[in-house]
Design a protein around this ligand. Structure first.
Ligand code: FAD
Ligand code: SIN
Length: 462
């Protein structure tokens, strides 16, 4: 491999997008991945990737709607570093349509089905029509494409342990593979090593001790931000951790701390949430809001910390999310049943929801998008699909601060030469609450920007 290669750390969607972009400039890439298999958390993504405007959206949206939704969702965090955050959000949303275009046109991924997730004012979360979940479809397409290119070298089971520097400039990384030998690689570095939602006893305990005992959708793994702070990187929003309202409680092993995610798309396609047979929230409000509406009530278990919430779909909603629900039924996480089995009050509750859908009554929780729900006259023997869910640690909004060029910053202005960052390892773009579908988007947008920047850097310094 040529000495003019680039180093990418992490083979989730951010790393794969960066590597793809570098290869499009004919820059050789060494991709280092700590796990035995590539794909990171990205391969598990279940609801889709945001983009607007696209031809797949059922309703055309005003140009700034996605930007404004993201700012609103970021909340109070926008009060600090306001201009910087606005620039990052602008970059994210401005490049969202081209991110979808790139995946569809250049990489052959089907993203033709669109749903409206929580906190979004328009349907803009894209997934495919087939059986493959969006994370798997996107990651597999990029990996296949990359592996066909002789300029890519993927080294799995190799963990980066240190960023190498000379006169404050990043010159490469130290890493260790299965033989336990420390080795060095030299070249510009893109860090795409993901979040710390799985680092329960490390960074999560340090920054959010109050979340101790919550289950998670993230496999246990240490966060990598300390490797970057050791090289001078500035951290932002490390205490901003997203608790997703709906992780499945598997009744066969209800106490396992690692939960399978009940994709937000279940609610996006029309599904509702019930506690003791009653709705209690606009299911399409932001995750932060929906989670708070659950966790403000007494937990039903302390270890792990869990609540008992039902996610309920009617037949039409099931059909819209069929590939998801069939898989959850196969895994024993959902079942087909009748309203009678949901418990007391459920029939009346569903009747009120049906009235809101039919526009005979305003929804008391302010929900305005009901997507595919079609059950108009719920009876005790009406068919529904149900699973038990509970809030789960899902995503870390905080991380190393980057700028619009994906350069890792040491303070608000100055970047660290030779070091770029993309994806969940970075912070600032989502503020206090990430919108569903915007993580895959940030991986593609900032991963590609980082790839372009490093290609440019190599051209200038050769
Ligand atoms: P990852 O995909 O996590 O990849 C990081 C990689 O870096 C990992 O493979 C890791 O092993 C490797 N790594 C870490 N440290 C090192 C090291 N020191 N050396 C070498 N390698 C290292 N987001 C959406 O937008 N839409 C969705 O539908 C969606 N669904 C989700 C469903 C689930 C169950 C989960 C858990 C998350 C979901 N998300 C979704 C969030 C999203 O998938 C992730 O935030 C995003 O994929 C992160 O991508 P990434 O490339 O930054 O990190
Ligand atoms: C989900 O499918 O609910 C996860 C989507 C996301 O995290 O963006």
């Amino acid at each position: 491999m040529s000495a003019r290669h680039a180093i990418v750390v992490g083979s989730g969607l951010a790393g794969l997008s960066a590597a793809s972009q570098l290869l499009s400039h004919r820059v050789p890439v060494i991709l280092l991945e700590r796990a035995a298999k590539p794909g990171g958390n990205s391969i598990k993504a279940s609801s889709g990737i945001n983009g607007a405007p696209t031809s797949y959206q059922p309703v055309a949206e005003p140009l700034d709607a996605f930007y404004l939704d993201t700012v609103r969702s970021a909340g109070l965090a926008m009060k600090t570093l306001t201009a910087h955050r606005e620039q990052l959000i602008d970059t994210l949303t401005e490049h969202s349509a081209s991110a979808i275009h790139w995946l569809v046109q250049d990489k052959g991924v089907d993203l033709s089905k669109v749903a409206q997730l929580g906190g979004h004012s328009y349907a803009r979360t894209h997934r495919g029509k087939g059986q493959a979940p969006p994370g798997f479809a996107i990651v597999s397409a990029l990996l296949k494409n990359l592996k066909e290119n002789p300029l890519l070298e993927l080294r799995t089971s190799c963990s980066v342990t240190k960023v190498l520097q000379s006169s404050q400039r990043v010159t490469g990384v130290e890493y260790e593979c299965e033989d336990g030998q420390k080795k060095e690689l030299h070249g510009p570095v893109i860090f795409a090593s993901g979040g710390f939602g799985g680092d329960a006893h490390g960074l999560l305990a340090q920054y959010r001790p109050d979340l101790n005992g919550y289950p998670s959708t993230n496999d246990p793994r240490p966060g990598t931000q300390p490797i970057l702070t050791a090289a001078g990187a500035k951290l932002i929003d490390m205490d901003q951790v997203q608790v997703h309202p709906t992780g499945f409680v598997d009744l066969a092993s209800p106490d396992t701390p690692l939960k399978f995610l009940a994709a937000e798309v279940l609610r996006g396609e029309g599904g509702i949430l019930l506690i003791d047979g009653e709705r209690f929230v606009n299911e399409l409000d932001t995750r932060e809001h929906v989670t708070n509406a659950i966790t403000s009530r007494p937990a039903t278990s302390d270890s792990p910390k869990q609540w008992t919430v039902q996610v309920v779909l009617d037949e039409a909603t099931y059909n819209a999310a069929k590939s998801h629900v069939d898989f959850y039924i196969f895994k024993g996480l959902m079942k087909k049943t009748t309203i009678a089995e949901l418990g007391p009050n459920a029939q009346e509750t569903i009747e009120r929801y049906a009235n809101a859908v039919n526009e005979t009554l305003k929804d008391p929780f302010g929900r305005t998008s009901f997507a595919n729900w079609a059950l108009k006259d719920p009876k005790l023997d009406s068919v529904v699909y149900v699973g038990i869910v509970t809030p789960v640690v899902h995503f870390t909004m905080g991380g190393v601060l980057i700028n619009q060029k994906a350069e890792v910053l040491q303070d608000d202005q100055k970047h660290i030469e030779g070091l770029w960052g993309a994806g969940e390892v970075t912070g600032g773009v989502h503020g206090g609450n990430r919108l569903g579908g915007s993580s895959l988007l940030e991986c593609v947008v900032f991963g590609r920007i980082a790839g372009n920047q490093v290609a440019e850097f190599l051209k200038e310094t050769s």
